[in-house]
Each structure stands twice: as structure tokens, then as C-alpha cells.
Unconditional design. Structure first.
Length: 344
């Protein structure tokens, strides 16, 4: 059974650290809602909020051929084009405009989404209406590098949420066999993408929803090896935890693992996946630095499941090692309670 659409929305908003925006961008979800419809609803509702507030504008540099002189005169280009006798010049000048990167990405996403196969007809109509409200803004060929160029501040931070939505739509939209028509791929079927989402969700959930541990982070752990040849260390793989929770006296290392096929621990002959256990065990041993919290650090392997919860507990010296599962098909309140219980 797939993860409910509403829970996918929760996972994303935690992973993006955009819970406040989630409450503002209300999205009604039912069992019939497809993933592409969910993102269309989010983008439509979020764009309507943006338009009510007024879209962002900024100064943009233009270089153009004009009558007279404006801004900075581009002498060489003007002379090469033989424009002076026409009383025209090539100048670089700035203009206060809404045709900025944020708006171009948003409009281009509305455009591609409105031409996506399988999208609800009423949602398509809404997307077409919204596109007409972005006059003076140009379509753009989106690529991933553009999202890193977006500049946010206190006044336009709501764009951050919309750009997260645009990016996930872009990353999961492909051209179809019909020219000008797109198709949306279900990223929940991609184990690699879902593993990244699951990990980011768990980490940000603990950053936001608990105050027992003041530090919540990825942690780089150095191998407890000695070698006379220091250059040999470059061949050793990097150890980095998914989530480390820490305060003055306690420490927990969580390794979050997402598996698509069973959505639970793989109970074959090996029972728990051996590589997962080896990795967690290595983290615990190599992070020890003689302080009480590192010598008593707890390790947790956390898996999603939609069938049955597992709570397995083992001990190695002073380290507790736990195997936990979380049911992503359950009510969100139960998911939240389960995650809090794991770190008690």
C-alpha cells in the first residue's frame, strides 16, 4: 500500500523546513488525489497567496539598443553597429521589473504543469488562469542550477516554499512522446529519492519537535585508525551519520533507511540487513572519545513500514542498539508520537 498523499505533503514540508508555509497553503486531499494533482493544488494555492500580496520585483540590468543615452554607454558595441549617425546607442541600464528569476521559474512551472498528462481538468483550468496574471514575465528553460541562484530575504521568503515545490515538479517532469506535453513521474517509487526525503524529514522533525537534544545534525566521524603514512587516509571512505542528536550528557545516532519493496525490515535469512547494522555499529565504535555520552551513545536503525511496528533492542558494552520502524500509512499524530517515543 502506498504512503497516503497527505503524509507525503507532511514529509516534504518537514524536509524543506516549511511547516509555517504548509499551514498557510491549505490543500484538501482525498484518497483519489494523484501526486501530480497534489503539487498542482499546492502551487495554485501558494501562487494565489503570492499574487494577493504582490509578486516580487527587483532591479534588472538590460543591455539594449535605444534612442539617445541611458545608463552606461557601450561605446565599442555602438561603434561596431554604426548606430551614432542614427542617433541610437547600445547602453546598459537597470529597470525595476517583475521579470526576475523567481517569477520566471514560477511561471515556467505553471506552464509545464498545465501541459502535464493525467492532471485533473479543473486544476489545468486554474493553472491557465494564473499564467495570464504574470504579464511581462518571460518563460525560462529551467535547470537545477537556477534554484541555487534564487535570493531570498525577509520580505520574499514565501518564495522559498514555492521554489521547493517548483524544483520537485521540475525534477520529476519529463517530456512525453507528444510535442509540448509533459508527464510526471511518481518519485515515491524511486528508492534513492525517498531515502533522501525520509532522512531529511526525520532530521528536521527532531530539530523542530523536541527540545531535549540541543544539537541535531549530520556528524562526520573519524576512523579510529593509526598509520605512519598520513596520505593513506585519503583512501578510507568518509563516515557521516544521517542524524545525530546530542546534549551535554546524552547522544543518539540514528541511521534512517528507506526500502521501497517491503516498506519494512527485510526479514529474509539474514533478518535485519547486515550492511545497515555494520554501518551503525561502526559509527558507535569510532565516535567514542572517552566522554560519558560517547561511551554510552545509543544507536537506532529506523525503517518505515506500513504494516507492523518493530521494537528490537540489543546491547553492546554500554551502547544500546535499537531497531525501530515507523508506520507512514498511519494518522500523522501517531507518526509524530512514535518519533518522539523513539528518542526517549
Amino acid at each position: 500500500m502506498p504512503i497516503p498523499i497527505e503524509n507525503i505533503y507532511y514529509l516534504l514540508c518537514y524536509a524543506w523546513n516549511k511547516l509555517e508555509e504548509k499551514e498557510r497553503v491549505y490543500v484538501s486531499v482525498d484518497d483519489k488525489t494523484e501526486l501530480v494533482d497534489l503539487f498542482a493544488k499546492i502551487l495554485i494555492n501558494g501562487t494565489k497567496i503570492l499574487l494577493k500580496r504582490g509578486i516580487d520585483k527587483s532591479y534588472i540590468d538590460y543591455t539594449d539598443e535605444i534612442v539617445g543615452v541611458k545608463g552606461k554607454l557601450q561605446i565599442s558595441q555602438t561603434l561596431k553597429s554604426n548606430l551614432l549617425f542614427k542617433q541610437r546607442t547600445v547602453c546598459t541600464f537597470d529597470s525595476f521589473s517583475s521579470n526576475i528569476l523567481n517569477n520566471r521559474i514560477l511561471l515556467s512551472t505553471l506552464y509545464s504543469l498545465s501541459r502535464t498528462k493525467g492532471l485533473d481538468r479543473e486544476l489545468k483550468k486554474e493553472l491557465f488562469k494564473l499564467q495570464r496574471m504574470f504579464s511581462g514575465i518571460d518563460l525560462i528553460q529551467i535547470n537545477n542550477s537556477l534554484f541555487s541562484q534564487i535570493k531570498l530575504n525577509r520580505n520574499n521568503r514565501f518564495y522559498g516554499f514555492l521554489m521547493n515545490v517548483c524544483q520537485i515538479i521540475y525534477e520529476n517532469t519529463l517530456p512525453s512522446e507528444e510535442e509540448g506535453i509533459f508527464k510526471f513521474t511518481d518519485f515515491t517509487r524511486d528508492e534513492r529519492k525517498m531515502n533522501q526525503l525520509f532522512e531529511a524529514f526525520i532530521r528536521n522533525f527532531y530539530r523542530i519537535e523536541q527540545n531535549r537534544y540541543t544539537i541535531v545534525k549530520k556528524e562526520t566521524i573519524k576512523w579510529s585508525f593509526n598509520s605512519e603514512d598520513q596520505e593513506s587516509f585519503q583512501f578510507i571512505p568518509k563516515m557521516e551519520t544521517d542524524i545525530t542528536l546530542e546534549n551535554g550528557t546524552e547522544k543518539i545516532i540514528i541511521d534512517a533507511k528507506y526500502y521501497r519493496e517491503t516498506m519494512t525490515i527485510n526479514y529474509d535469512k539474514e533478518k535485519i540487513k547486515s550492511n545497515n547494522l555494520y554501518q551503525l555499529f561502526s559509527y558507535l565504535l569510532n565516535q567514542e572519545d572517552e566522554t560519558l555520552k560517547t561511551m554510552n551513545a545509543k544507536g537506532v536503525l529506523l525503517y518505515p513500514t506500513i504494516e507492523k511496528e518493530y521494537d528490537l533492542q540489543y546491547k553492546y558494552k554500554s551502547h544500546m542498539i535499537e531497531i525501530r520502524t515507523i508506520n507512514l500509512n498511519s494518522n500523522w499524530k501517531l507518526i509524530s508520537e512514535r518519533l518522539r517515543e523513539i528518542i526517549v
